[in-house]
Design a binder for this molecule. Structure first.
Ligand SMILES: NC(=O)C1=CN([C@@H]2O[C@H](COP(=O)(O)OP(=O)(O)OC[C@H]3O[C@@H](n4cnc5c(N)ncnc54)[C@H](OP(=O)(O)O)[C@@H]3O)[C@@H](O)[C@H]2O)C=CC1
Ligand SMILES: N[C@@H](CC=O)C(=O)O
Length: 385
């Protein structure tokens, strides 16, 4: 008989990715059971509150308490309709904590479960404020899984503190969504093979936008489509400013051991600063401002096309420098042929000098990203009792 191991999960962020993760957990019950695993969700947080199993002490002792599957499905439906967790009528035997109580409660649960069953804290938010909580739960011995890039791209000291616990942290989905980019880079590094260059198209949103523009569609229309397909960040300006790609570049550069910050990266934005978050809301940007960019972007696409080229938003990490921006690329090249939300990453090292390692595939989307997060959680199974 296969011994069953339980992985308690506390999920921070219940948006597109977080909800898909919960749905994947539910739909994989029988697969995980065959693997001798049961994933127990003991808490879910959104931006306003935390819902956690009522008695974490009992949960720790009994190693059974969790939100039941019917309740998790109901929670996903409610969040999909735009309601906050705090508006749930049925709490499924859980307790609701306000934003101000949430951090303390997360630490309480982490303290209790880390010494008994273990706990995986999964960050599917897009918040930069969570990093202190993550450092604290890691210092208590918990595991951390990230889809959120921000904890790894703020202060270098925070990155080092988190990644220092490399056996207990996974963040594959932060670069390339479900693609094995981080795993490939860390394996090459661990083998002592020096990486000389990483180059590629690391944004599902910008990949999709640039390839759709080739079909003559307006920029504003394809950006809105990318948002509705779940490719963009909560505020698509995070993608259009290049900052989301810069964060991915920074994570890779820091893995190479470079002590860089976001300010060291040369970033090209696709909108002017007067359209930035300090000047207008996302709704105003998408509602009226963005269409003012259609003509200038169309001119750039046409100019590239007249030379047999296409525009691609490219990240280059080489010679201790990282830069991200639009490049004119021959239409008939691996980058030029990229369509939709696909990412492509080319890694050159001593072993991969003449024939670089190339990773390509869907690089954004809630489903793919959540699948990457789930695979990261399963990858940590040996650390649970
Ligand atoms: N979509 C994709 O293709 C990919 C996404 N990612 C990353 O996944 C993360 C989530 O993306 P996505 O699901 O699309 O974003 P959403 O905006 O759909 O969801 C974000 C969730 O985080 C919650 N949240 C915000 N602040 C906090 C906080 N302080 N504590 C707890 N929860 C918080 C939000 O709460 P509320 O519901 O109240 O607003 C929301 O539920 C992002 O960091 C993104 O970069 C990574 C790879 C690919
Ligand atoms: N907004 C991002 C999502 C994944 O990180 C992208 O478009 O690539």
């Amino acid at each position: 008989m296969v011994e069953t191991k339980s992985i308690p999960i506390l999920l921070l962020g219940c948006g597109g990715v977080g909800r898909h993760l919960l749905r994947h957990i539910l739909s994989c019950r029988s697969l995980h059971s065959q693997m001798g695993l049961v994933l127990r969700v003991v808490g879910v947080a959104d931006s306003r509150s935390l819902l956690a199993v009522s008695d974490a002490a009992a949960a720790a002792a009994a190693a059974t308490a969790s939100m039941d599957d019917a309740f998790l499905a109901e929670l996903c439906r409610s969040k999909s309709s735009g309601s906050p967790l705090s508006s749930l009528v049925r709490l499924g035997g859980c307790q609701l904590f306000t934003d101000s109580e949430a951090k303390g409660k997360i630490i309480d649960v982490a303290r209790l479960l880390s010494t008994s069953t273990g706990l995986a804290v999964v960050d599917c938010s897009a918040s930069s404020e969570i990093v202190d909580t993550l450092k604290e739960v890691m210092s208590l011995g918990c595991c951390v899984v990230l889809a959120n890039k921000k904890p790894l791209t703020c202060a270098i000291e925070d990155f080092e503190k988190l990644v220092f616990h490399f056996r207990r942290i996974r963040f594959e989905s932060t670069v390339g969504a479900g693609l094995p980019v981080i795993a490939s880079v860390t394996r090459i590094i661990a083998s002592g093979d020096p990486i000389s260059r990483i180059m590629g198209s690391l944004s599902g949103t910008l990949g999709y936008v640039m390839s759709e523009l080739e079909d003559g569609k307006p920029f504003s229309q394809v950006v809105k489509a990318a948002k509705s397909l779940g490719f963009t960040e909560p505020d698509p300006r995070d993608d259009l400013s290049g900052m989301d790609v810069a964060r991915k570049g920074l994570i890779l550069a820091r893995l190479l051991g470079w002590k860089m910050s976001l300010n060291d990266i040369k970033v090209e934005s696709l909108y002017p600063s007067e359209f930035g978050p300090g000047s207008m809301t996302t709704e105003v940007f998408l509602g009226s401002a963005i269409s003012q960019l259609d003509k200038s972007i169309e001119e750039r696409v046409t100019a590239a096309s007249s030379k047999g080229n296409v525009l691609r938003y490219v990240c280059v990490i080489e010679n201790s420098r990282c830069q991200v921006g639009l490049q004119e690329i021959p239409k008939d090249s691996p980058l030029g042929r990229l369509r939709g939300s696909d990412n492509v990453v080319e890694i050159c090292s001593h072993c991969y000098a003449n024939s670089p390692l190339v990773i390509q595939g869907a690089g954004a989307g809630n489903d793919t990203t959540a699948a990457g997060v789930l695979a990261d959680i399963i990858d940590l199974q040996d650390l649970f009792k």
